[in-house]
Ligand binder design. Sequence first.
Ligand SMILES: *[C@@H]1O[C@H](CO)[C@@H](O)[C@H](O)[C@H]1NC(C)=O
Length: 406
Amino acid sequence: MNSKLIIFSATALLAVAVALNFFFRSPERLHLLLGPPPVPGSRDRLHAAKIVVVPAAHGPESLAFDSNGRGPYAGVADGRILRWDGDGRGWSEFAVTTSQRKECVRPFAPEMEHVCGRPLGLKFHKKTDELYIADAYLGLKVVGPDGGLATELVSEVEGRPLRFTNDLDIDDDNDVIYFTDTSTTFQRRTDLNPRSHREEQTSLPPVLGPGLGAGFGQFLVSILNGDKTGRLLKYNISSKEVTVLVEGLSFANGVALSKDRSFVLVAETSGCRIRRLWLQGPNAGKVDVFAELPGFPDNIRRNHKGEFWVALHSKKGPLSRFAVFNAWAGKTMLRLPFSFQQLHSLLIGGKAHATAIKLSEEGSVLDVLEDCDGKIMKFPSEVEEKDGKLWIGSVLTPFIGIYDLE
Ligand SMILES: *[C@@H]1O[C@H](CO)[C@@H](O)[C@H](O)[C@H]1NC(C)=O
């Protein structure tokens, strides 16, 4: 791009920023301007979900059930993994991913995340009932059925540390773990430029919980930079060997194997799509696009029928579409004096909402469930179907949701 065009673009964006400041004063106004278009076939139902609060904790991102059906287990923002034993007994502490927990604060301290750990992907091995954990900072870990301190399995690949381990799925028969490293460049925790640290001053209503800034901006930084260094990896439990399967992914996130293990899916959050790596058959080794999505996918979970539930962090509005597919615009947005909350609000189109999409084994949309106005559910990170219910986690709320499928 030549320098005139850069100056012109920067000026135009600055003008847009000034105009947006006006819109920032009301999420309704912002939504009118930047709200995402409705998703065809969507059913506005998720506000009927029952809430289970996670006391003194925040952001139950990934949920898992053990082979006895106990749970869900949930990784929270202060680095602990908790287990829920029903309304009566509530939550108890199950495991941690590091012993360095002296200064770990509940519900959380974003600046301590890299020390306390941030368990994102959780999955039990069906045969051993060990819990495998993708910790954003501490890599791939495992803990036995009694919990406690998790053991490290993988913290580097090809001599370089994992930067942002995010999700995993297990092939229980072949003892192989498929997992993602979101980016080789960006960690979950990165600082925006100092001018932008203006959380307290923002007039924006708290779509995000309080104090999310430093723990969350990195997600935006990576997305707005157009980072494409995400990877899908494979860990062989018996040989302890790690293999890179796919590179060059745009914010590699959720992972799910197909029921027959013929392929593995990986969500590209900033690419707004799901890629499929064929593991068996004539296309083995090939990667294709499994589904294009109307928003930013987080975790993917397979149900008993072999269908996939995809949680969308948010739908994509006109601005996020533009910024994500034009890296220069995204980078410019990062240089403007927006706070994390303002940037997030711009990208999600003003208003919190929740969207879950069910895909067939072939990748076609079977169902779209939403809480369009974010009345109860917001920013889902995972949707797990079990016993006729959807169990819904979120990286940004202090609760999980349980929705009865009709
Ligand atoms: C895992 O490693 C073992 C031992 O090297 C090997 O026999 C096995 O085939 C590997 N499994 C997979 C699925 O790659």
